[in-house]
Ligand binder design. Structure first.
Ligand code: ZN
Length: 66
């Protein structure tokens, strides 16, 4: 089963749990028991690979004003 990262929106507790894709909707915060969880995106790429430059998709150079 895949491991999902969650962050509790109630207490801010972050944790990861191993559940199936359908069970992740039933995951609750182990800290406060809240069901309001935000699923965090798992980082597939290596943190320090080196080489690939960060392309700023949001930034735009040469804009008017700023
Ligand atoms: Zn919580």
């Amino acid at each position: 089963m895949p491991v999902f990262d969650f962050k509790c929106q109630e207490c801010g507790f972050k944790f990861d749990t191993m559940v199936s894709n359908r069970q992740k909707d039933e995951v609750k915060c182990p800290n406060c028991g809240a069901a309001k969880l935000q699923q965090l995106l798992s980082a597939f790429s290596s943190p320090k690979a080196g080489g690939m430059p960060d392309s700023c998709a949001g930034c735009k150079t040469g804009g008017s004003g700023g």
